[in-house]
Unconditional design. Structure first.
Length: 343
């Protein structure tokens, strides 16, 4: 297992949003760049902590159509501020400069693209001899946990995260991760404004799924099984809604929360995802210089021994604010290091 390669899949907007709210406002030539700064910090941290060999990034593009199924979908989310919107073109510039692979497809969310990538990896049995880490701030992706496939969720700011494998997930939820989709269908998703089944909270949902696990070896959302779920929920918890209404909610939430597979997603091969030369290169260094990320430049020079990086002169001192940020963000997390020793 020591010869296993490490592959990371990034949920770009999820990480960019977290960085935007975690990092105080930074600007270069009157352009806000705090989200970009934080995003690159996250990327470098996971690169070093997980000793990554390959990286692929996924990003939302346009509307997914889920709002057509349910017009309340994500309706309570605050609109992105202008300070965030100004940084979206810069993230594309970063990927163009660094030559890292960025996948997107008009009309699909990053979650759908990540799901498609994972299915391709599984079909090619890439997960049999490699470790795959999904890096996100979104718990929806926990449904993708599988053999050698882990979900890493940022929990506080941009420096703390939890690594979920099958066992860690079971310890927290008390059922197998294969049933996480059913769990979300029952309890709903506040972040996306998806309402669950009235009268079913996390505890009842967990107890119910334990019973379902005993009956079904591999649960599928067929018409008969959905009717079974609705009628069993109705009788088990004496709900104040009809069986037909429960079925309606289950079907709606399934269509909202089930991750899509994209048949015509851009193809790629594993060799093209190699991270070291696609990240630590002249294009990346020029990008860092353009946006005045001096602390990251110095880190690249120190940590990665990048020979082409010009020495930063004494009169280009790093601001105290950025130095404090860098020191805080790059601090190691003991719990995470313990988990990584398993690999």
């Amino acid at each position: 297992m020591s010869n296993f390669k490490k592959i990371a899949i990034l949920d770009v907007y999820s990480l960019l949003y977290r960085a935007f709210f975690a990092i105080p406002l930074l600007s270069t030539n009157n352009t806000p760049v705090n989200a970009i700064f934080g995003f690159i910090r996250i990327l470098l941290k996971i690169y070093k902590d997980f000793k990554l060999d390959y990286l692929i990034s996924c990003i939302d593009k346009g509307k997914s159509g889920r709002n057509v199924i349910y017009n309340e979908y994500k309706s309570k989310r605050l609109p992105a501020t202008d300070l965030f919107k100004q940084q979206i073109p810069i993230i594309y510039e970063f990927y163009n400069s660094s030559k890292l692979k960025l996948l997107y497809k008009e009309g699909f969310e990053a979650d759908d693209i990540i799901n498609t990538v994972i299915h391709k990896f599984v079909n090619q049995k890439i997960n049999e001899n490699n470790f795959i880490f999904i890096i996100t701030g979104d718990s929806d992706l926990l449904q993708l946990i599988n053999k050698n496939i882990f979900v890493v969720i940022l929990k506080k700011g941009i420096s703390e995260y939890i690594l979920y494998d099958k066992q860690r997930f079971y310890n927290e939820y008390n059922f197998d991760s294969n049933y996480y989709l059913l769990y979300k269908i029952l309890v709903g998703d506040n972040s996306d404004n998806i309402k669950g089944v009235d009268g079913i909270g996390p505890k009842k949902a967990k107890d119910f799924i334990k019973k379902i696990e005993q009956k079904f070896l591999d649960f599928e959302f067929t018409q008969d099984n959905i009717h079974f779920l609705a009628s069993t929920l109705f009788t088990s918890f004496k709900l104040n809604i009809t069986i037909d209404k429960i079925k309606e909610i289950i079907i709606r939430n399934y269509n909202l929360l089930k991750l899509k597979f994209i048949d015509d997603l851009e193809d790629f091969n594993l060799d093209s995802l190699e991270i070291r030369n696609n990240l630590i290169n002249k294009g990346f260094i020029d990008f860092l210089k353009k946006y005045n990320f001096k602390s990251i430049l110095q880190e690249i020079q120190k940590e990665f021994n990048y020979l082409q990086l010009e020495e930063i002169t004494a009169n280009e001192k790093i601001t105290t604010n950025e130095k404090d940020l860098a020191k805080d963000i790059t601090s190691k997390i003991k719990d995470t290091q313990k988990q990584l020793k398993l690999f």
